[in-house]
Design a protein around this ligand. Sequence first.
Ligand code: ZN
Ligand code: ZN
Ligand code: FE
Length: 754
Amino acid sequence: MINTARRIEITGIVQGVGFRPFVYEIASKYLLKGIVYNTSSGVLIHIEGNQQAVDSFCKEIYEKHPPLAYISEINHFEEYTKGFSDFKILESIEDKLKSTLISPDISTCSTCLNELYDSNNLRYLYPFINCTDCGPRFTVIEKTPYDRKNTSMSYFKMCESCITEYTNPQNRRFHAEIIACTNCGPQLFLYDNNKKRISTENPIKKAIEILSSEYILAIKGIGGFQLAVDATNHDAVIRLREKKHRKDKPLAVMSYDMERILKYAYVDDTQKFLLKHIASPIVLLEKKEPFLLSKYISPKNKYIGVMLPYTPLHMLLIQNFLALVMTSGNKNNEPISKDNDEAFDNLSEIADYFLIHNRPILRRVDDSVIKIINNTPRFIRRARGYSPLPIIIKKNIPMILGCGADLKNTFCLTQKNKIFVSQHIGDIENFETYTSFKSTIEDMKKLFGINPEIVSYDMHPGYLTSKYAMELADIKKISVQHHHAHIASCMAEYCIDEPVIGLAFDGTGYGTDGNIWGGEVLVCEYKNFLRVGHLSYMPMPGGDLAVQEPWRMAISYLYSVYKNNLLNLDLPILKNIEEKKINIVIEMISKGINTPYTSSMGRLFDGIASIIGIRDKISFEGQAAVELEMISEGNYDSTYDYECTSKDLHKILLDPMILGIVKDMRTGIQISKISKKFHNTIISIFSNLCSIIYKETGLKKVVLSGGVFQNSHILIGLTQSLERNNFEVFSHKLVSTNDSGICLGQVMIASAIQ
Ligand code: ZN
Ligand code: ZN
Ligand code: FE
């Protein structure tokens, strides 16, 4: 006897995660009639039946939803009964005005893996097996709602047996939109780098042979191509580095299972949880000695980036290897290649063979990278598995585009209380990445139906992202100081809406006085900020060249203390760098030629690394600083001297520290200890400074942001020291602490001052 009807509107991640089949199952259980369908804003259910059954239904929908679903809102409305005779899943109704959340790409589930290795299964060894619980999403969705016709699988016609599964409410692939099998789905093809097809019955078997013979294989993955070689083979790794022009920057690896990872790296419980997580990120793990993989994978680094196979294709390829190097398929810092032709154009100079398929990738999404610091996962790069999940804030804000920074760019778009941070775009320093930045903005605007009324961007006049923003028509423009954005970004993660002390430590950020900032203490709220302290300005001889060549900063610091007498010091730098070059740099500093001023913490790390002989030139961003962090050792807490002048603001003078370091070098103190003592000093300086600022302002919340906080010693040490002094300390968990996090801060600031 039907006596009640209800309409239920659900928003969140409810498409592509088996939500409608789940609703169908619950409705059948309670013998309820009605319909369920996807809309552009989520899922809509109309349900009829007796009151008690309807109540139980509603309760179960909320409490027992599928594991990958995320309900952000659920609304119930009483309805007239319409006399449905059964319960049905309907075709989608498009509603262009609203948007829904879209699921990230999800690693292959265990049920699918069992089927993959079951010789009686229809999808035995089928490299594109997936179900409602797993598989690509963000990279195959053209537009919402998530229906097969709106995905890159629309090119494939389902076979009879797939149709049977897709339409059977009892089947676990009921309405699995990208369902596919050996007979009807995407297929693999193997090519050489002359674009000549290799004829083979079994492309995977052949690809394994290729990898076993030291060749470089380009693999079409989920969000783009990857380049793979046997990770135990020195020659193969060196060859990949040479061809990719990637001298020292660490390469990520992939292993078949935990057992194999444990042969070459330490894994704690948090790391294990992350490795096995449905997002399947690259996790930085500490290497085990003797290291069983090639030493060229992450030279001079304690850590190695490791992931588990997240697609059936990876699974099938990797079984014979301890690990495969699996690095982004791009050249010269350009965006990762995603289309077959594009990959042949971009990668044939690098890869020997190409393992490709015919399912189009609709958007580029790199692998995510996470480092655990203080038992907490921290994003180094937030992309596959996490994008495009939004950051949720407490209140609704206008639609804003935050352009981010030029290095490690991500941008974001806001919609009410949701901030959609884009996947990692990369360093916007060439035409290709800039084009990708612009087209990804258009893509996300369309996908989420967001038309920003405000654009916020970095104050740096030279940034391409800023130029892009300034050239936009019919939109309100708000420029934001770099470090203000860093701190606001971390405040947003914790929904902090009160003034805080912000410590912003990074390499480069354009300051309001035109100098290059980067060792900054701000008293900060969204609306504005006051710079209350900073590392004192140092000359940066050669400007950007001083970033590439840390020895220039070393001379700058040494010159500050010793002037021309620095030439008489007994330091490695004076043997490694020609005296002529040093003299030119001294002249640049003393005469102020092509020598901007900087308060950058990153440059300080660079300078110290060079003074103690770790590295004078770098081949990737932050290399010298990372190596300085890596060698830091010892259980002692002594510090170097420093001075703090406190006139209008607190300026940290480091001449006494430089003097101390040179003295330690002269007396033969190990550089691992000097590095530790240097780290201690930085922690102590800023912990003490926060106490002084507390006395001046009464502020007890300290927010940490900027790339330097990827350094474990600094993040852990400063957090502990501040907490001992009763400060409440906040650091990034949802977005990266480096420049890829600042778009979030930009939109928060823009919304406060608009
Ligand atoms: Zn599955
Ligand atoms: Zn099929
Ligand atoms: Fe920065």
